[in-house]
Design a binder for this molecule. Sequence first.
Ligand code: 5RP
Length: 229
Amino acid sequence: MSDDLKRKAAEAAMSEVKSGMRIGLGTGSTAKHFVDLLGAEVAKGFQCLCVPTSEATAAQARGLGIPLTTLDDIDSLDVTVDGADEIDRDFQLIKGGGGALLREKIVAAASARMIVIADDSKLVESLGRFALPIEVNPFGLAATERAIAGVMAEFGALGGKAVRQGEGAEPYLTDGGHYIVDASFGRISNAKALSLALLEIPGVVQHGLFIDLCSEAYLATPKGTIKLS
Ligand code: 5RP
């Protein structure tokens, strides 16, 4: 059911891409549908040049014959289509559940538009039910985790701890060679201030709060797909 909704959201976003566009390709199970649909169009002659947000998406896109480039070779993108873990009505997002938040944010920031595709379970009144993924440098991990715990206390998650993704001694490694730690804040009432506080920690590479990067979303519901903009 849910995968069907993800597909529907991806189908709706296809109406936003036109031949000749430069497109950012998101990461995750919803974005995967979009890449599949785009690949089918490319096979029929649709022209585009795309920047993938992860090695997984790059491999999928290559397999489908989608032409890829990098942000070293082009200045900007017309649109990025990506999933999200949470989206609120101000288009603030939590992303990074799939561990690709750093590249996703770089690509979104280089895009004229970012369109989120998701099933409607991702729409929330306020961010924070989903633990915030934070990408951290492995060096000095414990010091970074202590500093994140300090920010958690400051933002109302007193006693909260950052939890490293991965199994036991096998930490999850991002495409950039960093770790991801998850921080459960509960209701996030000031995402901008939280974003800045986290970025002040030297070992934090980036975090999954996407603020002022997105202003459009296709959300698929069992009754049909709605566009928020
Ligand atoms: C990956 C992401 C994904 O877009 C996010 O986790 C949503 O994934 P899915 O579409 O599988 O629910 O941010 O880093």
